[in-house]
Ligand binder design. Structure first.
Ligand code: SF4
Length: 716
């Protein structure tokens, strides 16, 4: 139906990393008419089921509308902003005075706007002196970040969505894009219908994406790096290398190839190691070698792994070796999980980063210190998410500010996370819902934060595209924008001048200016071309792909969209010698602690839910897709274990247990189980699957391996 007048507000979907544009017209009843934005280059008007249901999720019934505070062991009670912020500032200062800056931490979210993220990082890393600032993006794509930094010298996605439409072959590794990046998958399907693109899915699990593929390689868990090492050997032996690109723009190929030969000397050996048919592997290798325009997309099956960074490296090796990077229809492509995982990293949202993709070298610390006139710069990396919560449990971190995420459901070993949260001397929770599992862990202060529809700022999607999230609803109750209480606490701590913004636009300008500050081309993230946007130009900002350096012009609000679709076609990597690095993957380690727990539990998303369901759970239409939490196992395993399809199973790991409905699913590989991540104590009687998930992490990225927890199943 045509949109009713007045003209819609153009904003961005708050769910997955596709970052679809949304056109919204609010109605008189507090809801809204929602359509895809036909002009947005991420989706050109398409929306998936979650995006299309956004208008059903705008009610205020579950919202936190006022600051809440508890005193001693008492319950949370409504208070004023002044009282709440005075308490936060006083207790934060007391903890740091008594125990040092490292006793304070922030745990942020890929749901936050870039501007909120920027202010939290500035306060923590520049003014409190703690780098313990991590984010749920650690659970999402930290391995891709680490993999890209090792190979490219920077956290850069080289290509863009249009490459998926220009490719002749799309290889999806560990990605159920049909459920997790639905609009992007529809773009791939449309391109296939038009130009005959082949889609290969590499995934142990039979997914909805695999069902649509031309070729499926259901490799054994954790063998991705072996498969791509075998591919590198094949490309070399078949004479498919790009010698000119290798010679001019890379380093370390000979060593990487020798290591790959030791791991996977030929297609037959690769197939054996990966548990695949030799003919299937040979066919995949031949197809990849013979097709110039190849995009390899990867997502959580690669990232959420104890070898995630090496898996990314093994994939990138094959693209570097063939020069298939940064050119139309070619490249490795990380499919980001969250709406602003990338924007968060742009401002330093990981414990091992400073703002503008800088690290903790003395020169970078000094540069950021001078830009901020920061009195107390953090000078070394902080703790990554899993280690941060372990330090809270050990009593080393005593003050924590959580913003826009629900770690009591989403982190591994949620039992330990809950216990840790209750130990804190100061636990601040910025939230837009009044009740969830993290709010049940006795925060001292809860601060009401703006939700989608009220928020005003920017997000960055999987193709480096910065888009505006614009408000179309007023802030309800005493709700404030996410950055505001951070700035108010900074003011109370004596830093008023450095936190004096009155708008998201002003924060964005500072962030953009920092990105270009003393950047002689050594940093990939540079949006200094947007640093002088007026408030009106910021409001009108059109979706634009970074980098947008100063000389690109600042015309992004005027219809022209400068920006960069692709990088690295002609080298120019962000290493010291501007050459990319080939990676030698470490040997694949077997899953841990299998004794007594004979199945490997894989966790993941469903089509119609998002994270812990605090918003999508409000839509009955979305809930109808999968109304109850479940565990899927192969029918042979179900029969062997005495489990009935539709009955209940107790699922137990070394970390915890829960009870789930059984799905006997022939697509599930024997010896494995799958459970969705979305349910919590708040919306299911038996609690989150995170209770069971191991806290094993990738040694480089710190990303938890959420795809391979040893478990046992028994009838309940
Ligand atoms: Fe939103 Fe992702 Fe669906 Fe697009 S594909 S509408 S960004 S959930």
């Amino acid at each position: 139906a045509p949109l009713p007048s007045p003209p819609p507000v153009k904003t961005t979907c708050p769910y997955c990393g596709v970052g679809c544009g949304v056109a919204v017209v609010p109605d008189a009843a507090g809801g809204a008419h929602v359509e895809g934005d036909k002009a947005h280059p991420a989706n050109f008007g398409r929306l998936c089921s979650k995006g299309a249901a956004l208008g059903e999720t705008l009610g205020l019934e579950t919202r936190l509308l006022y600051p809440m505070m508890r005193t001693g062991d008492g319950p949370l009670a409504r208070t004023s902003w002044d009282v709440a912020l005075d308490r936060v500032a006083r207790d934060l200062a007391a903890v740091i005075d008594s125990h040092g800056p490292g006793s304070a931490a922030f745990y942020l979210s890929g749901q936050l706007l870039t501007e909120d993220y920027y202010v939290a990082n500035k306060l923590a890393k520049g003014f409190l002196g703690t780098a313990h600032v991590d984010t749920n993006s650690r659970l999402c794509m930290a391995s891709s970040v680490a993999g890209h930094k090792r190979a490219f010298g920077s956290d850069t996605v080289p290509g863009c969505y249009a490459d998926l439409e220009a490719a002749d072959l799309i290889v999806l590794v560990g990605s159920n894009a049909a459920f997790c990046h639905p609009v992007l998958f529809r773009r791939m399907e449309a391109a296939r219908a038009k130009r005959g693109t082949k889609i290969v899915v590499i995934d142990p699990r039979g997914t909805e994406t695999a069902a649509e593929a031309d070729m499926v390689l259901p490799l054994a868990h954790g063998t991705d790096a072996i498969l791509f090492s075998g591919l590198l050997v094949y490309l070399a032996d078949a004479g498919r290398l790009d010698a000119a690109f290798l010679g001019r723009h890379t380093q370390g190929f000979a060593e990487a190839l020798a290591a790959a030969r030791a791991i996977a000397p030929d297609a037959a050996a690769t197939a054996r190691a990966c548990g695949l048919g030799a003919a299937d592997v040979a066919a995949f290798f031949a197809l990849f070698a013979a097709t110039g325009k190849v995009v390899t997309g990867y997502s959580q099956g690669v990232n959420q792994s104890a070898q995630g960074t090496d898996k990314v490296g093994a994939i990138v090796n094959c693209h570097l070796a063939t020069g298939r990077i940064g050119r139309e229809g070619m490249g490795p492509f990380s499919l980001t999980g969250q709406p602003n995982a990338m924007g968060g990293r742009e401002v330093g949202g990981l414990a091992n980063q400073l703002a503008a993709h800088m690290g903790f070298s003395p020169a970078e610390v000094d540069r950021v210190r001078r830009f901020w006139s920061a009195p107390r710069m953090a000078e070394r990396e902080g703790l990554k998410a899993v280690d941060m919560f372990a330090a809270i449990g050990a009593g080393e971190i005593k003050a924590l500010w959580v913003m826009g995420t629900n770690p009591a459901v989403s982190l591994p070993q949620t039992g330990a996370v809950r216990a840790a949260l209750e130990k804190l001397d100061l636990f601040v929770l910025s939230e837009n819902v009044a009740a969830n599992d993290t709010a049940a862990c006795r925060p001292h202060v809860m601060l009401p934060a703006a939700a989608w529809g009220e928020k005003d700022g920017t997000v960055t999607n999987s193709e480096r595209r910065i888009s505006r999230q614009r408000a179309f609803l007023p802030l309800p109750g005493e709700v404030k924008h996410g950055w505001w209480p951070l700035a108010e606490v900074a003011r109370r701590l004596g830093f008023a001048d450095a936190f004096a913004w009155t708008s998201a636009a002003a924060i964005f300008r500072e962030h953009a200016a920092l990105s270009g500050f003393e950047n002689d081309g050594a940093r990939d993230f540079d949006i200094s071309g947007l640093a002088t946007l007026s408030d009106a130009a910021y409001d009108a900002l059109q979706p634009v792909q970074w980098p947008v350096p100063k000389d690109a012009g600042a015309g992004a609000g005027a219809g022209a969209t400068p920006g960069t679709a692709r990088l690295f076609a002609d080298g120019g990597f962000f290493t010291a010698d501007r050459r990319a690095r080939f990676i030698v993957p470490a040997p694949v380690a077997p899953p841990l602690g299998a004794e007594g727990f004979p199945l490997l539990l894989n966790t993941g998303r469903l089509r119609d839910q998002w994270h812990t369901m605090t918003r999508t759970g409000l839509s009955p239409r979305l809930a109808a897709h999968e109304p109850v939490p479940f565990v899927a196992v192969h029918p042979d395993d179900a029969a062997r274990l005495g489990l009935a399809h539709g009955g209940l199973a107790r699922v137990t790991s070394a970390q915890g247990a829960t009870v789930l409905e059984v799905r006997a699913d022939p697509r599930q590989p024997p010896g494995t189980a799958f459970a969705p991540i979305h349910w919590s104590f708040a919306n299911a009687s038996h609690g989150p699957i995170g209770q069971l998930v191991q806290a094993r992490t990738d040694p480089l990225s710190g990303q938890p391996d959420s795809k391979a927890t040893p478990v046992a199943l028994a009838p309940e």
